[in-house]
Design a protein around this ligand. Structure first.
Ligand SMILES: Cc1cc2nc3c(=O)[nH]c(=O)nc-3n(C[C@H](O)[C@H](O)[C@H](O)COP(=O)(O)OP(=O)(O)OC[C@H]3O[C@@H](n4cnc5c(N)ncnc54)[C@H](O)[C@@H]3O)c2cc1C
Length: 354
């Protein structure tokens, strides 16, 4: 027996994009239902857990998820002096961050179903949900928001699929000494990507993000192991690995995010920065826009206003994301000429902005 649930806005995914969308829409009195296939929002964590200070200024979620302050970023290129730049921000407990955002949305009136996967959009404008216990639920929303990450199911329904994905693999292990900066390492073997060391008090997230195919994960692991060995030899990290994570990072060209009554947000929309791989802030900022326009469309009973969401996020992010995507194409095409290419493909160098 299928239950039929009605709501104004169905948000698929309770990550930063979905949480921010739900919060903004519920604050404007829309009836919002968020579903996530995970049992616990934010778990397991697949993230290096850095957010820019700018994002904290936009949110009113308290500080429970903050681990430490970050002031600078150091970039390492082989055979060159270390490049330093300001990078004010924080490392966070990403699971607590996602939970704080979704709790704020619930406080504002949104509903949440975990262990619930959106599986199908049907011709009668309903969406079929499957719960982990096998139960099926039909939802009849006025607006559907795909905030369901890099391999978005909702994106597939409207023919907007991420094709350009980078592999991210990471471990967490003890730091030898506290740091209030992040470190980024370029190396010819980290193909069209970089390695990172992000401190979390006495621990560090150490990972690599690189261009690869799902068919050669072994090589990715081997590159990560050599990167860890390098950091151990440099005396930066020590001891045993206490955690590991892997995920996919979209590196897409800019495209529309509104398809009739369907909006895409965050990784599902390719809002992630194609060079840095940072996506939390863009997901939250675009989510706030999507939630606002979705609620307005409901209040006015006019899906036509949804196109303002595209106008607004493109106005803010298009130039930056377009530029980054062009740099990514350069990076992937000319990686063999590592020394000649890399400075124009990383945000710490003037050549990047030229
Ligand atoms: C290794 C790694 C390190 C990273 N480090 C950083 C970093 O330090 N800083 C930064 O800014 N960005 C980082 N990113 C990118 C960042 O994690 C993403 O950009 C961000 O999570 C995007 O948020 P989102 O809400 O769009 O998607 P997600 O966080 O992926 O959330 C999508 C949610 O949708 C749910 N879902 C998926 N399909 C369905 C379905 N069919 N039905 C129901 N639910 C579904 C998932 O369970 C998930 O909870 C990193 C990424 C990786 C892989």
């Amino acid at each position: 027996m299928r239950n039929l649930v009605s709501c104004d806005i169905l948000v698929v995914g309770a990550g930063p994009a979905g949480g921010a969308t739900a919060l903004a829409a519920a604050q404007r009195d829309a009836r919002v239902l968020v579903v996530d296939r995970r049992q616990v929002v934010g778990m397991p964590v697949r993230c290096a857990e850095y957010i820019p200070a700018m994002l904290m200024g936009r949110l009113d979620l308290g500080k429970s998820f903050i681990v430490q302050r970050i002031r600078r970023m150091k970039t390492y290129l082989p055979g060159e002096p270390v490049r330093e730049m300001r990078a004010p921000g924080f490392t966070i407990h990403r699971d607590l961050f996602d939970q704080a955002l979704i709790c704020a949305a619930i406080d504002a009136g949104a509903g949440l179903m975990t262990s619930t996967r959106a599986v199908q959009r049907r011709d009668d404008e309903t969406v079929l949900l499957k719960r982990r216990d096998g139960q099926s639920i039909k939802v009849r929303p006025k607006i559907i928001v795909g905030a369901d990450g890099p391999h978005s199911t909702v994106g597939r329904w409207v023919g907007a699929v991420n094709h350009h994905l980078l592999a991210g693999v990471q471990v967490t292990m003890p730091l030898t000494a506290p740091m209030d900066w992040t470190e980024v390492y370029f190396d010819p073997e980290i193909y069209a990507g970089y390695g990172w060391l992000f401190p979390k008090k006495d621990l560090a997230n150490i990972g690599i993000g690189l261009k690869t195919t799902p068919r050669n994960p072994v090589r990715t692991r081997a590159v990560l192991e050599r990167f860890i060995a390098r950091l151990r030899a440099a005396g930066k990290v020590t001891g045993q690995i206490v955690g590991s994570a892997a995920g996919w990072i979209p590196a897409e060209p800019v495209r529309q995010a509104v398809y009739g009554n369907v909006l895409l947000v965050g990784d599902a929309a390719g809002h992630t920065h194609p060079i840095t791989g940072a996506g939390i802030a863009n997901a939250v900022v675009c989510g706030a826009m999507a939630g606002k326009w979705a609620a307005r469309a409901v209040a006015m009973d006019d899906p036509g206003v949804l196109h303002h969401y595209d106008d607004q996020w493109l106005d803010l992010f298009q130039d930056t994301l377009d530029h980054a995507h062009r740099r990514r194409q350069t990076m992937e095409s000319f990686w063999q000429d590592f020394t000649g290419t890399v400075r124009s493909c990383w945000i710490a160098f003037r050549e990047y902005y030229a």
